[in-house]
Ligand binder design. Structure first.
Ligand SMILES: Cc1cc2nc3c(=O)[nH]c(=O)nc-3n(C[C@H](O)[C@H](O)[C@H](O)COP(=O)(O)OP(=O)(O)OC[C@H]3O[C@@H](n4cnc5c(N)ncnc54)[C@H](O)[C@@H]3O)c2cc1C
Length: 442
C-alpha cells in the first residue's frame, strides 16, 4: 500500500489526508510542528466565532480512520528533513501554511508597542509560542489596528467585546484575565484605501455595530457618492457600504441607545496611509489619501496624528521557505503546477503555502483535493518504495522526538474540556507547550 506524508495538520493537510485515505486508500501520516492539530482553525479563527471553530469537530473525523496517523510535535526541517521525508514515503504533500507577518516598512514599526496581528492572534488563541500582551493591554487606552480585512475586524472586535461574552470562548485563562483588566477604550481602524476597497465580509463587519456599549464612528465624507458605482457589481461591497452608511448616519448612537462617557469606541480612518509610529509620543502619523479617477488612491500631502498607545499591524500573512524545497520570494509560496512542486518529484503542495493567504477554510478543501488528484495520477505509475510506519516511529524515538498521536490529542481535548468545566466554561485552551506534551504523552 502506498504511503504519503502530509506536512501540516491545518485544514489543507487534513482535507488532503481525508481524500488520500478515503478515495485512494493510501496510508497517510500527518505531521505538525505543534502538539495539536487544526492549524489556524485553532490558532487563527476568532475564539468568539463558535460555529466556525467547530469545524475542527468535522476535521477530527479524518483521524479516526485506521489509514491516517497524526504525528504532532514533529517539526519538519528540524526534527526530520525534507530529504528524509522524500526517502521514507512514496509522496509528500506540504501544507504548512503561511504563518509569518508582513512588515509595513515605516519608522517606529519595530517597537514593543507595535505588534503584528499574527502575534496578537497567537496570544489570544493560546498558541504555545505566543508572547504575552497582557501588560500592554492593561496600560493602553488607544489602540490602532492597521488593515481593512477580516483579521483586523476580529482583532478590533475582541479588543472591545464585553468580558461576559469573552468568558464564553475557549481563550486561555491568562488571556481572559488580561481582557478583563484591559484599559482599551478606543480602537482606531486605519487603512490607506476607501470603504469600497475593504475586504471585510459583511457578517463580520456588521458584528462591530452590534457590540454592547460600543460606538462605531465613521466619517460620512469617506463613503462614495454612489454605492452602486463604487461597488462595481460586487454584492459584498454593496452590502458593506450599506452597513457603513447606516453607521455614519447613526453617528453617536449604539444599539439605538444614546452613548455615555463609559462607551467604548471603534473609529474608522479610511484613506489614511501610516507614515511613522512614535511610541514615546504615542501617536501614529498618517498621510491623508484621495481617490483618483482610475479608482486608485494617491497622497494629498496632508498629515494627521492619531493617538496610539499600541499599533497592531494587520496587513497580511506570509509563507516561509523550508530547506530543500523551492520558494517564490515574491509570492511567498512554494512554486507548483497543478499542486506538483516545481523541479521535484513526488512532492506536492496545498493550502496557503500553495496559493498564499486567501480564501476561507472551505477553499482549502477544493485546493487539497485537486493536489491529491495530481499526486494520485503520478503515484499510480510507480510502485511503493516507502519504509513502514513502525520504523518511522522508531526513528523519531531514537532522536528523542516526543511525538503526539491522535490518542494523545484526545487526552488534550478531554483535559481542556475538564479545565473549562472547573470554571463554568465549555472549554479552556491549554497554552503551555510542555503541558500539552505532558498530557498528550500521559
Ligand atoms: C486570524 C485568522 C482568522 C481566520 N478566520 C477565518 C474564519 O473565520 N473563517 C474562515 O473560513 N477562515 C478563516 N481564516 C482562514 C483559514 O484559517 C485558512 O484558510 C486556513 O487555516 C489555511 O489552511 P492551511 O492548512 O493552508 O494552513 P494552516 O491552518 O496555517 O495550517 C498549517 C499547519 O502547518 C503546521 N506547520 C507549519 N510549519 C511546519 C513545519 N515546518 N513542520 C510541521 N508542521 C508545520 C502549522 O503548525 C499548522 O498547524 C482565518 C485566518 C486567520 C489568519
Amino acid at each position: 500500500m502506498s504511503r504519503v506524508a502530509v506536512v501540516g495538520a491545518g485544514p489543507a493537510g487534513i482535507y488532503a489526508a481525508e481524500h488520500l485515505s478515503t478515495v485512494h486508500g493510501y496510508q497517510v501520516d500527518v505531521f505538525d510542528a505543534l502538539p495539536v492539530p487544526f492549524g489556524l482553525v485553532r490558532y487563527g479563527v476568532a475564539p468568539d466565532h463558535f460555529s466556525i471553530r467547530s469545524v475542527r469537530d468535522k476535521l477530527t473525523d479524518t483521524f479516526e480512520s485506521p489509514l491516517v496517523r497524526f504525528r504532532g510535535n514533529v517539526h519538519i526541517g528540524t526534527d526530520v528533513s525534507t530529504a528524509e521525508l522524500a526517502s521514507w514515503y512514496d509522496a509528500v504533500m506540504y501544507t504548512y501554511g503561511a504563518s509569518a507577518d508582513r512588515a509595513l516598512g515605516i519608522p517606529g514599526e519595530v517597537s514593543p508597542a507595535s505588534i503584528p496581528a499574527t502575534e496578537f492572534v497567537k496570544w489570544y488563541t493560546g498558541h504555545p509560542d505566543a508572547q504575552d500582551f497582557g501588560e500592554l493591554l492593561r496600560t493602553s487606552e488607544q489602540v490602532i489596528v492597521i488593515g481593512l480585512g477580516n483579521v483586523a475586524v476580529d482583532v478590533t472586535r475582541l479588543l472591545v467585546k464585553s468580558i461576559v461574552e469573552l468568558r464564553a470562548t475557549d481563550m486561555p485563562d491568562h488571556v481572559l484575565d488580561s481582557f478583563e483588566k484591559s484599559a482599551v477604550r478606543h480602537v482606531h481602524v486605519v487603512g490607506r484605501r476607501g470603504p469600497q476597497h475593504a475586504t471585510f465580509t459583511t457578517k463580520e463587519l456588521k458584528e462591530l455595530g452590534e457590540l454592547e456599549g460600543v460606538e462605531v464612528i465613521l466619517d460620512p465624507r469617506d463613503l462614495p457618492a454612489d454605492d452602486a458605482i463604487a461597488s462595481s457589481g460586487s454584492k459584498v461591497v454593496e452590502r458593506n457600504l450599506k452597513v457603513m452608511r447606516q453607521w455614519s448616519q447613526g453617528h453617536g448612537e449604539s444599539h439605538g441607545e444614546v452613548l455615555n462617557a463609559s462607551s467604548k469606541k471603534i473609529e474608522f480612518h479610511f484613506y489614511s496611509t501610516p507614515q511613522s509610529f512614535d511610541s514615546k509620543q504615542r501617536s501614529l502619523i498618517v498621510e491623508r489619501m484621495q481617490l483618483s479617477s482610475d479608482n486608485t488612491v494617491m497622497g494629498t500631502g496632508t498629515y494627521e496624528s492619531i493617538p496610539a498607545d499600541i499599533v497592531i499591524r494587520s496587513v497580511g500573512y506570509r509563507g516561509l521557505p523550508l530547506e530543500g524545497l523551492p520558494f517564490n520570494d515574491r509570492m511567498n509560496v512554494i512554486p507548483s503546477h497543478e499542486g506538483k512542486v516545481e523541479g521535484l518529484s513526488e512532492t506536492y503542495v496545498a493550502g496557503w503555502i500553495k496559493r498564499g493567504p486567501s480564501g476561507i477554510i472551505g477553499t482549502n478543501k477544493k485546493d487539497a483535493v485537486a493536489s491529491v488528484e495530481s499526486l494520485a495520477t503520478d503515484l499510480n505509475e510507480r510502485h511503493s518504495v516507502a519504509i513502514d510506519s513502525q520504523e518511522i516511529d522508531e526513528i523519531l524515538h531514537a532522536r528523542g522526538v516526543k511525538y503526539i498521536d491522535f490518542e494523545g490529542w484526545k487526552r488534550i481535548n478531554a483535559a481542556e474540556i475538564a479545565l473549562g468545566a472547573s470554571k463554568d466554561r465549555a472549554r479552556t485552551t491549554i497554552h503551555e507547550r510542555e503541558k500539552l506534551i505532558e498530557i498528550g504523552l500521559s
